[in-house]
Structures are given as C-alpha cells and as structure tokens.
Design a protein around this ligand. Sequence first.
Ligand code: ZN
Length: 224
Amino acid sequence: MSQNHCAVQGCRISIFNKPFGVSLFPCPTSNEMRNKWLHALRNRCALLDWSRSRVCSKHFEHKCFDSQKRLKDNSVPTLFPVYKRVLRHHNITPDKNKVDKLMSKLTQSELIADIKNSMKKVKEPVNFENFVTEDLKCRPDASIETQLWLLIKKQDNLNNRLLEHVVQNKKHIEVLQKNMDETKSTKKDVDQNVETYKYIIKCLQEKLATLEEQIEILTAVESR
Ligand SMILES: [Zn+2]
C-alpha cells in the first residue's frame, strides 16, 4: 500500500480523490497503540506498513477528532462500513466469471452430457441413505461427500422435473400449433364454401329471372 491510498481494503480514498473534510492519517508510533490498531485492522488491510501506510478519517468515530479535526492520540479505526461486500465481490467474481463464461459457451445438451459423464465417475457414499433424515437433511455426523451427494441428488431431481416441464410445454405448443393450423384451414374451407354458395345463389337468381321471363311470355300469350 502506498502513502497515497487508504490502507483499508476496499476503501478507495486516496490523496487524489479524497472528498473535502476527509484526511489520511499515518499509523501510531507507540507499541501500545500499534497493537490496538493491529487488532482493529487485522483482516482489513492486505498490508500494514507502520511507516508508510495511511488510514483515512472515514474509519474513525466522531469522538476520535478534536475541534480542529485532528486525530486524537488514543484513536483506533473502528468503522469499516460497506467494504465487506466489496471485498467479497472482489475475491469471488474473477473466478466465478471465468467458470460462468466457459459454461455459457456449452450448449445445454453438451452441459447435460458433461454432467452425466462426471456423475458416472462419482460413487455414492457408503451408507448414504442412512445419513439422510426423513425431512431430507443430512445427519449432523454425515461426511462432506454425503452432504454433497444429497445436494447433487436434489439438483438432479429438480433437473428431471424441469425437463418434464419442458417436454410437456413442447407438447402443448404442438397441440396449439395443430389447432391453429386446423382453424386456419377451416376458415379457408368456410371462405371457399361462401364463394360457392354465392355462385349458386347467382346461378339460381339468373334461372329465376329466366323463369320469370318465361312466365311473363307465357302469361302474355295466354291473355291473347
Ligand atoms: Zn479509508
């Protein structure tokens, strides 16, 4: 850690970006205070160099400052607000990203095949079922392998159920598709029928007209 940055992991305060009113303080010089700081900062700093490291004022309570905003001699950093989350994020994300990225390159079937292949190599722990309680938990004395095996079994069960749902959904979609096609062809048939009926009506009307004409002629002839 440099003299320019706060030594607390996850804290981004430095002499370059510190907001107004925030200061960077050097470490104490007495052994007594250094011990207190060491205790307070263990797991909080990647490196603590007594002569170079600085800690910013955000890690000290209000009571640690005098009226001039100077740090009192007996002050110990105690405030480490949100950095825990930031730290965890920093530690885990790179690896998680790598594995996630690699996995996302596999197709679903490749992934399933890979899992099945790996599962063949894994053996069920001895007396597995004896270590599982009625509410599907592991007994306290179950080995890690047994606990993991139970988790794998649960995941597998869930996968199978999801797969079933997928298959059912596919079937539903097929039925819907078929119904839609039928409806479409029915509509086509109806349309065609309507055209046919229209034609028939037209023909009948023409015939009727001819008949009326003939009747008229006949009536005219009769009345003579
Ligand atoms: Zn800081």
